[in-house]
Ligand binder design. Structure first.
Ligand SMILES: Cc1cc2nc3c(=O)[nH]c(=O)nc-3n(C[C@H](O)[C@H](O)[C@H](O)COP(=O)(O)OP(=O)(O)OC[C@H]3O[C@@H](n4cnc5c(N)ncnc54)[C@H](O)[C@@H]3O)c2cc1C
Length: 374
């Protein structure tokens, strides 16, 4: 009987476990996660930030699912992995336990990056990655009046919208000249800003935090913003250090081939901690990588194909969908096919990107069109 150890308790880990069981009905499958919860739907956290969601409410699979006859997937929660030894083929936990493995899937995900401004370690500065983080926001939002969101990406704007709906005065600050500068065009950014404006949410671009005293956030240019709460949404860093310490090849993320194999024999990696070509750190991508890793770990054959992934935003009573290259490369000449609420970007005779704003009902068609040319 093969022993499969899966590090992590996110969607990449769960998808790997499912794929292993599909390909190996009798192997021992153990997931090790430092969270106190079964794998849950992480994207839901910022969509209903003040929504009092528990991990069980948004669990990907219910507890009974793991124990069902023929499934037998063991999830050990509250366990911190501290090291792996690829020669001895063991995993060590912080509590001293050691697990031998035949195949290892490394799916430790990513953590939020918090810019190192003075006061960034205060309790009311929160980067949301886990159900505990979201619970802390809910607790601190009670009685709070003003909030600042650092980062004008999708997750930052989702958080801003949730806080605004909860009655807080919200300002979003964005380091770049334009929000989501690499993913959307100026018109789409203007559409979002106007929607934010209608709901009284201010946006300051080319702004960064310099210091926070628990009540007032001071920006690098000296401006000040009242803030009972500061939400940070400034990107993520891969949890790849344990792999690097074990001698596995890492370049910020763990380097994997199309089969999700790392540089170490019998060690696969998947999700936000791994990269094969391009990586967007998205839910569907992590799930797919996990599936490929699990299939191959269990002796099957699967290959991962990286490709354009859609950006989807719902909030401020509007919608946004963007996919592919939407005119962001100054070295290219684009043709733009524009109609109300939709723009298609072409290079030569190929549609390379699309943006829909307001009404995104044509998203599937737009995605298909762009993927056909990818
Ligand atoms: C608030 C939020 C909203 C998002 N919204 C969207 C969205 O709308 N659409 C979208 O596509 N993507 C979204 N994402 C991104 C998406 O959730 C991630 O890409 C996806 O969850 C990555 O899955 P993963 O399994 O690779 O990593 P993770 O979900 O990060 O799972 C890794 C797991 O490993 C655990 N772990 C880490 N280190 C250790 C250790 N040393 N020992 C034991 N366990 C450890 C972690 O606690 C975690 O449980 C969102 C992310 C966040 C945080």
């Amino acid at each position: 009987m093969k022993r499969y150890i899966i590090l992590g308790g996110g969607i990449a880990a769960l998808s790997a476990a499912k794929a292993i069981r599909k390909n190996d009905p009798s192997g021992l499958i153990v997931l090790l996660t430092n969270e106190d919860a079964l794998p849950y739907n992480r994207p839901a956290l910022t969509k209903q930030l003040l929504g009092d969601l528990s991990a069980a409410d948004i669990a990907v699979e219910r507890a009974a699912w793991y124990d069902a006859p023929g499934r037998d997937i063991i999830v050990l929660t509250g366990r911190t992995v501290s090291a792996i030894d690829t020669k001895e083929k063991t995993v060590s936990l912080a509590d001293g336990l050691v697990f031998p493995y035949d195949r290892l899937v490394y799916a430790l995900g990513a953590r939020c990056f918090v810019p190192p401004f003075a006061g960034s370690d205060r309790e009311n500065v929160i980067a949301v990655r886990t159900v505990e983080d979201a619970a802390r926001v809910r607790r601190l939002a009670k009685g709070a009046k003003d909030a600042v969101v650092i980062g004008g990406g999708v997750l930052g704007l989702e958080a801003a919208w949730s806080l605004r709906q909860g009655g807080l005065n919200v300002t979003v600050i964005e380091f770049e000249k334009q929000i989501m500068a690499r993913q959307i065009d100026e018109e789409a950014a203007a559409h979002l800003i106007s929607a934010m404006d209608k709901h009284g949410v201010a946006l300051l671009t080319q702004a960064s935090a310099a210091a926070y005293d628990g009540k007032v956030l001071t920006l690098a240019d000296g401006r000040t913003l009242p803030a009972d709460l500061v939400i940070v949404s400034a990107g993520v860093r891969a949890n790849a250090e344990i792999a690097a310490a074990a001698g596995i090849k890492v370049d910020r993320k763990i380097l994997v081939d199309q089969r999700m194999q790392t540089s170490a024999p019998d060690v696969y990696a998947a999700g936000d901690c791994a990269v094969c070509g391009v990586s967007y750190a998205l839910w569907a991508e992590a799930g797919e990588m996990g599936k490929v890793a699990g299939t191959n770990a269990a002796g099957g054959h699967a290959e991962y194909k990286a490709g354009p992934r859609p950006l989807i935003f719902h909030g401020f009573d509007t919608e946004l969908f963007a996919i592919g290259d939407v005119g962001r490369d100054p070295a290219k000449t684009y043709e733009v096919g524009a109609m109300p609420g939709a723009r298609y970007y072409s290079v030569g005779d190929k549609v390379v990107g699309a943006i829909l704003t307001g009404d995104t009902s044509l998203a599937l068609e737009a995605k298909k069109l762009v993927l056909e040319n990818a």
